[in-house]
Write a protein that binds this ligand. Structure first.
Ligand SMILES: N[C@@H](CCC(=O)N[C@@H](CS)C(=O)NCC(=O)O)C(=O)O
Length: 202
């Protein structure tokens, strides 16, 4: 089940891109990244591959697929079936989905937006709202991680891959992780996975 050619359109400092690249590395799937900064994303050519103008986008042969969480699901089903990254059981599958939703919701509008705002300028989100979303999701993560080592199960799943980058890099947005020791241990566990690759800080 080796891919013929996998291409990721993205940028290195995007947590959405990183989650896809991290999973490709964990699965040891070779790929190339084509940089797609804002100037590229606004082009008519890029809008043809993703009308929403967003990264990441995965190209796998004839398939063109946008949305980081959709890409994670595709990669797990296509290249790592039965591996446990995307469990089949009703409860575990629902738990993974819950964290994918949090990654696309509270984590994007909380810590990820706070990081964008601190690093690249205002996002239009009120600072107190970004902070309160970040604190709410971090508090929930902290409680969840007192029950088990990973977010959706006792072993790593797509839930962890989807949530990792914007939580690990939350301090870049002024969201301290000091009050969340379980979250910091979880970050260390993700970073210890074989073939882990970090998201760069610059
Ligand atoms: N739901 C999308 C969101 C991706 C996203 O927000 N990407 C940002 C970069 S990190 C982007 O392309 N922003 C440009 C825009 O929304 O116009 C996903 O999970 O891939």
């Amino acid at each position: 089940m080796n891919p013929s050619s996998l291409t990721v359109y993205g940028v290195a400092l995007s947590g959405h891109t990183h989650r896809v690249e991290l999973f490709l590395h964990l699965l040891q799937l070779p790929y190339r990244r084509i940089d797609a900064p804002a100037s590229v994303r606004q082009s008519a050519e890029f809008r043809r591959i993703n009308p929403l103008g967003q990264i990441p986008v995965l190209q796998d042969g004839d398939l063109v697929l946008a949305d980081s969480n959709a890409i994670l699901v595709y990669l797990a089903k296509r290249y790592a079936p039965d591996s446990g990254w995307l469990p089949d059981g009703a409860v575990e599958a629902a738990q993974v989905q819950r964290w994918l939703s949090l990654a696309a919701g509270e984590i994007t509008f909380g810590p990820a937006s706070a990081r964008i705002s601190a690093r690249w300028g205002a996002t239009g989100m009120p600072p107190e709202l970004m902070r309160s979303l970040a604190e709410r999701v971090l508090g929930f993560m902290e409680d969840s991680l007192t029950q088990q080592d990973f977010l959706a199960a006792a072993r790593p799943t797509l839930a962890d891959i989807a949530c990792y980058a914007y939580i690990a890099h939350a301090p870049e947005g002024g969201i301290a992780l000091d009050p969340y020791p379980q979250v910091r241990h979880w970050i260390a566990r993700i970073q210890a996975l074989p073939h882990f690759v970090p998201m760069p800080e610059n």
